[in-house]
Design a protein. Structure first.
Length: 393
């Protein structure tokens, strides 16, 4: 690991340059064409790595060791978000309204650094590493499922993913056995009422009142209709009516929202109850509605064997106080769970919070910033995992 540590340190300035370029040139999900070209250009300079492009955006770098052994997949996501950046950095986004506000530019730079370092150790690898630069983590159905369907990863025996976290100090790593992230679904509802004059609401069927009742009724699904041990989270996040004067009751209201679950059975029940409640409230008031429920990302579950490898990797590079073993899952969601359809997988977090640098702001915020010092620890975790799986007899 001392060699790896020196190699990473020698490549950090290059990693920072990659990161800043990617941050300035963000691309939305399924539109990461220039990002993919940039990644491929860097991988082409590594003589031992073969490049695969099984989907329109994103790519896979393949490093085969001198000796036969397991095949592992290391994954980084590459897409950005539709957010207007409000940071004070001198490498702000040049793509107005698009921002790397979730650290994917950091993830990509870290994995490129890992590929660069390992390229020099091909003769010591007992197996194969696949560097997965995945598009569209932010937008369901996500980019992972297309890579899974492509067949390019069918030989992978273990998958490893990671995320930079601004609520953990730089230099720390968090891991969790079993359930890591909730599933994520969404609903869209259009309520059809009958418009009218605000002075005589009895002659209208007011969809504004109906939507208010519906939103509150959804919370009874959480408190009264599902197993309290596995309570879902139902958040109505969009309410829209037609533009008009304040004295007009509109004909329609549109709702949309997000649903998180940690249990597959309750997930199905929640979907059915949202449909029943929406239609029931509308029936009560003489209105109708159309409900569209979309199942998104599955839960992310860390399997025992790769989790154990990740924990050992963390112990190789960090002291005990810097390793956090989480007790509870995170109610956020990730499409990394798709890789588990092929092989066991695990996901870890590495800290990037530094109050002085203001890198402790939540992801998906316009002032989000990544701490470049965290890159060392992300790269070292991946390299330590490779050492555990492909370099120890």
């Amino acid at each position: 690991m001392n060699n790896f540590s020196n190699d990473v340190k020698n490549n950090l300035e290059q990693a920072y340059g990659w990161f800043r370029h990617l941050h300035q040139n963000p691309e939305l999900s399924f539109q990461e064409h220039e990002t993919t070209k940039f990644i491929i250009d860097k991988l082409k300079k590594l003589e031992n790595i073969e490049i695969l492009t099984p989907t329109e955006t994103g790519c896979i770098g393949v490093l085969k060791g001198k000796l036969d052994g397991p095949v592992i997949g290391l994954r980084a996501d590459i897409d950005a978000l539709p957010i207007f950046e409000e940071t004070d950095i001198d490498y702000k986004s040049l793509n107005n309204g698009v921002m790397h506000a979730c650290g994917h530019d950091a993830h990509t730079s870290v994995l490129l650094t890992v590929a660069t370092v390992l390229n020099g150790y091909a003769d010591q690898l007992q197996g194969t590493v696949k560097f997965i630069f995945q598009p569209a983590e932010e937008l369901p159905p996500g980019g992972a499922i297309d890579l899974v369907k492509s067949g390019a990863l069918d030989d992978v025996q273990y998958f490893f993913g990671a995320h930079l976290m601004p609520n953990m100090p730089t230099g720390t790593v968090a891991l969790k056995p079993g359930l890591m992230f909730y599933s994520s679904d969404k609903f869209e509802i259009t309520i059809q009422g009958k418009g009218g004059h605000a002075a005589i609401p009895n002659l209208a069927v007011d969809p504004v009142i109906i939507q208010a009742e519906m939103i509150l009724a959804f919370q009874t699904i959480v408190s009264r209709k599902t197993n309290p041990i596995y309570s879902p989270t139902i958040s109505t996040t969009v309410v829209k009516t037609a533009e008009g004067p304040a004295n007009v009751i509109p004909d329609t209201v549109r709702l949309a929202g997000s649903v998180r679950n940690l249990n597959a059975e309750v997930r199905q029940e929640t979907a059915e109850w949202i449909k029943k409640v929406a239609n029931g409230v509308c029936d009560l008031h003489g209105a109708t509605c159309k409900v569209r429920y979309t199942f998104g990302y599955d839960t992310v579950i860390n399997d025992d064997i790769p989790y154990g490898m990740s924990l050992k990797a963390a112990q190789n590079i960090l002291n005990e106080k810097a390793i956090i073993v989480m007790k509870d899952p995170i109610p956020a969601s990730e499409d990394f769970g798709s890789y588990r359809k092929i092989a066991p997988s695990t996901y870890f977090l590495y800290g990037g919070a530094n109050e002085e640098k203001q890198t402790n702001i939540t992801p998906h915020h316009p002032k989000y910033k990544a701490d470049e010092e965290s890159f060392y620890y992300g790269a070292m975790m991946f390299l330590s995992i490779v050492e555990e799986t492909l370099m120890k007899k």
